[in-house]
Structures are given as structure tokens and as C-alpha cells.
Design a protein around this ligand. Structure first.
Ligand SMILES: [Zn+2]
Ligand SMILES: [Zn+2]
Length: 182
């Protein structure tokens, strides 16, 4: 019995010692290395695979030069958004951005090949989304590639199959290019 109590006392001493050490360590850790309530990302750095941490201005790699703004376009990132960006190299269309003139806008954010943060305003999508209606226009001739009809639009001569959602021809000739060739 007595022996048992003694060892229990010793055990409690050990516990107190260990607890004291843990508390001290936690204290130092808090004071020395965490100046604010900043996140450490679960997703590793896309450049070097090291840990990425938030600091007061940016999300930055702890090992290399990689870092991105915390408030691109005046809109603050949510941590899960940054995780997705680093994993997928792209975020779906987000709104809430503001231009330098204060105009709100929506954009797709992506990481370039150099792992720089870029806005994608959807250039190149315009042709896909624009509705071309050639029904009241006279064709200038058959397409040399697919024999569908070629029409004139303000800047180009295009095959009717080279525009719109069901593209299956590439024929599109810039008028400037043609002028330059003559
Ligand atoms: Zn890195
Ligand atoms: Zn064609």
C-alpha cells in the first residue's frame, strides 16, 4: 500500500515536471514565433514543396521566394481559397474585386507557370460566347477547308463552322493579314 502511494507521488512529480516543460515551451513558442493569429497552409509551396505561411501582408513560402498577396484586387483571400489555388493553380470565378478606379469586378485567379498570381478576365472567351448570326448575311464563298460558308465580320473572314459553340473548323482570316499579304 505505502509503496504504491510513494510511487504515485513520484508519478505526480514527473507529471508536474513534464507539464511545466510543456507550458514553458508553449509560452516561448507563442511569444517568439507567432506574432499574430496567422494561418499555416496545409498545401505545400507549388515551387519547392515547403510549408507556406500567412504573414501580415502575404502568403509566403518558408523556404523560397514564392509568395502571393493576401488581398488581390482589394479582396481578402479566405484560407481555403488559397489552399485550392495552390492545389489547382486556379480558382473558379470570384467576385468582390475592385479595380484601381473602384469599379467592382469578377475574375478567375490563377497561378502562372512561374507561380505568380494572375487575374484572368476571360480574354479569348469572347469569341465563344458571342452569338454570330449569319442568316441574313450573304456568304462570300465556300470554306476551302470544310466547304461550309465563309462570312465577313468586322475584322475577319470566318467560316461559319469556326465560330460559336459547335466549332469544328479553324478558318478565320484577319482582314489586316490579308491586306498585308497584298
Ligand atoms: Zn517554396
Ligand atoms: Zn470551314
Amino acid at each position: 500500500m505505502e509503496k504504491g502511494e510513494l510511487s504515485r507521488e513520484a508519478f505526480m512529480q514527473d507529471i508536474l515536471k513534464i507539464t511545466g516543460t510543456i507550458v514553458d515551451r508553449a509560452k516561448n513558442y507563442t511569444e517568439d514565433t507567432i506574432p499574430g493569429d496567422y494561418a499555416t497552409l496545409k498545401t505545400p509551396c507549388p515551387s519547392c514543396g515547403a510549408v507556406v505561411k500567412e504573414n501580415y501582408r502575404r502568403f509566403a513560402c518558408t523556404q523560397c521566394e514564392f509568395s502571393i498577396s493576401k488581398v488581390p484586387g482589394g479582396r481578402a483571400f479566405e484560407v481555403p481559397e488559397v489552399e485550392t489555388l495552390l492545389t489547382e493553380c486556379e480558382l473558379p470565378l470570384l467576385d468582390g474585386f475592385r479595380s484601381k478606379m473602384g469599379r467592382p469586378f469578377a475574375a478567375v485567379l490563377r497561378l502562372s507557370k512561374e507561380n505568380k498570381l494572375e487575374f484572368d478576365f476571360g480574354q479569348g472567351n469572347e469569341d465563344d460566347e458571342a452569338e454570330f448570326d449569319f442568316s441574313d448575311q450573304e456568304s462570300i464563298g465556300p470554306c476551302p477547308k470544310c466547304a461550309a460558308s465563309v462570312y465577313e465580320i468586322p475584322t475577319h473572314y470566318v467560316c461559319e463552322k469556326a465560330v460559336g459553340p459547335a466549332k469544328n473548323c479553324e478558318l478565320s482570316l484577319g482582314k489586316n493579314d490579308i491586306a498585308a499579304a497584298h
